[in-house]
Design a protein around this ligand. Sequence first.
Ligand code: AMP
Length: 438
Amino acid sequence: MSFDTLGLMPELLRAVREQGYEIPTPVQAQAIPIILQRRDLMAGAQTGTGKTAAFVLPMLQLMAPAANTSASPARHPIRALVLTPTRELAMQVEESVRTYGKHLPLRSTTIFGGVNINPQIKALRAGVEILVATPGRLLDHYQQGTLHFGSLEFLVLDEADRMLDMGFIRDIKKILALLPTQRQSILCSATFGGEIRELAASLLKDPASVDVAPRNTAASLVRQMVLPVDRNRKKALLSYLVRTRPMEQVLVFTRTKHGANHLSEQLERDGIPCSSIHGNKSQPQRIKALEDFKAGNIQVLVATDIAARGLDIDQLPHVVNFELPHVAEDYIHRIGRTGRAGSEGEALSLVCVDEHKLLKDIEKLLKKDLPKQVIPDFEPDPSIKAEPIVTGRGGSGGRAPRQSGGRPSTSGGRISSSRSERGSVHAQPRTRTSPRGK
Ligand code: AMP
């Protein structure tokens, strides 16, 4: 199937061609005709499936007839609102709007927290048709009277499951109450739990549904491997792997932002170009880290689940779970970063004795056991007993109830009290932690 058969207008087909896309992804092939028919849609798709173009392209097409080049702000009212859970995703979605809409005179902007509100107010005053926003800052703007939704035609909730996980449900309900009821709505979610269905029922009218990311299935092109290791040797093992294997671009997940910081510092000390991305980093810091990673200036990006959510990094070859997530479904989100768009990926999980229950949960969800490989010199010590997992101060995403729960973590990458762990890594002579090291 080619894009030409989807009913898209020449301006959009041209933009798609310029991006080098030849074949619509499954979610695009299914969703685009439905949205063009002005139907509400519930889309089961995670990042990496091409879901952004699946809703942006038809939305732009439906908006195109009234697009205009007038300088008057009044001629550019907000007609589409895309809500995203994170700033990074907001930026990426808006970049897609600009890319796909580059041959149409439609304006777009992002609004999200953590940065000065004034440039956003200025952009809104100038008039924009497409607004991509995170919920909290959107409400701030509304309260300041800088937003008007009287002309709104489209609402998209992107990564709705993650918005609920992040505790945005009240904000979303407040926002829904501000919008005209006569509109077309699209809800994207990688998972469809009860809460999502409830939300969908409250905002979608007679929706069609497409599901290209059936819950609990992991990307089939991803080679998954569990590397059993003691909690105190995880950093050494990761450092060893990165230095001795051809791993040119590695996204590493930790459960907490403190864990992400410590790990990133440690890897840098080992001479590995590294940065971290999490809720405590300022927006410019996050953008810089992401750009450096994409450009290949840093080899390892350490991220928390929430910060990594929605990151658009093409064909990422390696994902490492430095710590397994508390929620098994996050494992699927994490490894969804790799093996995209037909390319093969590798997902390695460093698993210590404390995490056996988490691993079991993941294997249950995947309905298969993951292959295990013990790395020579990193064999787990069978006398080490499991300890309860600490999540540390505040969790990794700030607002994520999943990650801010009170259970302490003693697994590798321990957060606030990782001194002994760092010590143990330093105490290892390089030759021991890196038997085949460079
Ligand atoms: P998304 O799931 O929307 O985050 O998209 C994931 C990646 O796939 C992005 O880098 C897109 O540029 C890319 N992409 C989207 N649609 C296509 C397509 N039809 N062919 C090839 N790449 C695509």
